[in-house]
Design a protein around this ligand. Structure first.
Ligand code: C5P
Length: 497
């Protein structure tokens, strides 16, 4: 299916016979599978945090720093995409990329990146900040991109050739490499005090940035807070890598290698994994009212479910989100229904299930509710108060028990024996996939990052601690991979419209 979507992209604009020929040549069955595999492989590597998996690549001194502050995302692995995988069918073919280069010693590496982007088929136009032009000359980029290079807002002849708004509209993707701490801060605050930041504000193109800076600047709370803001706006952060730095220090803050940046962009630009799929996501806590002012609730922030909704929408799915009481903005392209109690969530989910191919139950649904909701505020009686609780419907189990069920994904938040409990829930609730996470002691609930253990009948995958959107993207890639063999067959998740 993914191969067909990819083929459909390539086919646009070709006459029918040429289209058929092209499709035969490019997407034979084996090749189609290979394209899908490469895509998923690249994606999971690009987005997978590497601090724990690739420790052997990181100097000991650096490892110590990571151990001191494991919450700082450190490094993304070098992407093992061979030149062949993006050279033979250029992964960025005809993509119009605006490459922004900000001031830092890593600016020289952007020259290599320009070449690699063009090798991958992209049209590249380069914008240098004033400080970047102190490190590298515009002429270098002009020669490598084959296009005039822009350095400021006030160049009349450049504006006459292609005004900055026109340039912002031209770009289909903005890539900033290296992105300095200063540039990241200016972007986070929506400044438009030079050409590059102005273009970022004036463009609707997806933005990806590859940070490069001294490790202390990277670790600084201000930089991390700015990145949190940018990630929440959907900006992709590629890296940084970790290791020895130009300043003589060790740590996180190295610009990713050009190949890794190109592969990350290729993975984002690839065929959308869930195009044509309808995904229902439940998120957040439920509040079970005791009386008009009190309720029984839990500490779920809803961030994981919202991230799953965003990641599914990024992959082309039609996403319906049923959200418990949370204070989070709705991700772009997602349709949202707000509920409060488990019974309201149950009703909303059941209403949308017949139109869903995938159900991701990320909500922390209250297992019990007060048997009765008092009409008036309960008064103190001087003694103890006993509340009688009654069980709520198990939404995900009910969905999984439906005859014509979608692909069903559950979550398991556990305080101990994570794998054993999650495995038991996978079987008991008849799920297709479960994402388990350890909660308690500042982990899992009500925080920006998480660590997941994915279990499905016959397989498992560990997703190391990372921002929830990073984990959500990996989870969505796993869902797509598990559904792929089922498509066209009448088994869970293979439902036809
Ligand atoms: O049994 P437990 O509550 O740990 O199971 C967690 C999974 O079950 C989550 O996917 C959650 O959304 C779902 N669940 C549900 N309805 C309930 C309780 C949990 O859908 N009443």
């Amino acid at each position: 299916m993914l191969g067909q979507q990819f083929a459909a992209k390539i086919n646009r604009g070709l006459p029918a016979p040429a289209r058929a020929q092209e499709q035969r040549q490019q997407f034979g069955v084996g090749q189609r599978r290979r394209a899908t595999r490469q895509h998923l492989f690249a994606r999971s590597f690009v987005f997978g945090p590497v601090a724990y998996r690739h420790d052997f690549n990181i100097p000991r001194q650096d490892r110590a720093r990571q151990a001191e502050n494991p919450r700082i995302p450190v490094s993304y692995p070098p992407v093992m995409l061979s030149a062949d995988s993006y050279m033979s069918a250029p992964a960025l073919a005809n993509l119009r990329i605006l490459l922004g280069v900000s001031g830092g010693i890593a600016a020289y590496k952007a020259a290599e990146l320009t070449r690699r982007l063009r090798d991958a088929g992209a049209e590249v136009r380069v914008v240098l900040t004033e400080n970047a032009a102190r490190f590298v000359t515009p002429l270098t980029f002009q020669a490598l991109s084959g296009q005039p290079v822009r350095c400021g807002l006030w160049d009349e002849s450049a504006e006459a050739a292609m005004g900055h708004i026109e340039l912002a509209r031209w770009a289909q993707r903005i890539v900033i490499a290296p992105a300095s701490a200063d540039l990241i801060a200016r972007l986070a605050h929506g400044l438009a005090d030079d050409l590059l930041t102005t273009l970022c504000l004036a463009s609707t193109a997806a933005v990806a940035l590859a940070p490069a800076m001294n490790q202390q600047m990277w670790a600084h709370a201000a930089t991390q807070a700015n990145l949190t803001v940018l990630r929440a706006r959907g900006i992709s952060v590629l890296g940084p890598g970790s290791g020895s730095q130009a300043c003589g220090e060790f740590g996180a803050g190295r610009l990713l290698e050009a190949d890794a940046i190109v592969a990350a962009l290729a993975a984002m630009h690839g065929p959308q994994l869930l195009a044509g799929t309808r995904v229902l996501v439940s998120a957040g806590p439920t509040f079970e009212d005791i009386d008009p002012v009190r309720y029984v609730g839990n500490r779920s922030s809803g961030r994981m479910g919202f991230a799953v909704a965003q990641a599914a929408a990024e992959q082309g799915a039609e996403v319906q989100l049923v959200a418990g009481p949370v204070h989070l903005p709705t991700p772009a392209g997602v349709v949202r229904t707000d509920v409060r109690s488990a019974r309201q969530m149950h009703a909303a989910v059941m209403q949308h299930i017949p139109q869903s191919d995938i159900f991701v139950s990320a909500a922390a649904v209250g297992d019990y509710r007060p048997a009765e909701i008092a009409t008036h505020k309960l008064k103190k009686t001087g003694g103890s108060l006993t509340l009688t609780l009654t069980e709520n419907p198990d939404i995900v189990a009910q969905v999984a028990a439906l005859k014509n069920r979608p692909f069903v994904v559950g979550f398991a938040a556990e305080t101990r024996d994570l794998q054993a409990h999650a495995q038991a829930k996978l079987a008991a609730k008849k799920l297709d996939l479960i994402a388990a996470n350890q909660v308690g002691a500042g982990a899992g609930f009500d925080c920006a990052d998480n660590e997941l253990l994915l279990l499905w009948p016959g397989g498992k995958e560990h997703l190391a601690r990372a921002d929830k959107i990073v984990l959500a993207r990996a989870l969505v890639a796993r869902i797509a991979a598990l559904r792929e063999p089922a498509l066209g067959r009448t088994r869970p998740g293979g439902r036809k419209r």
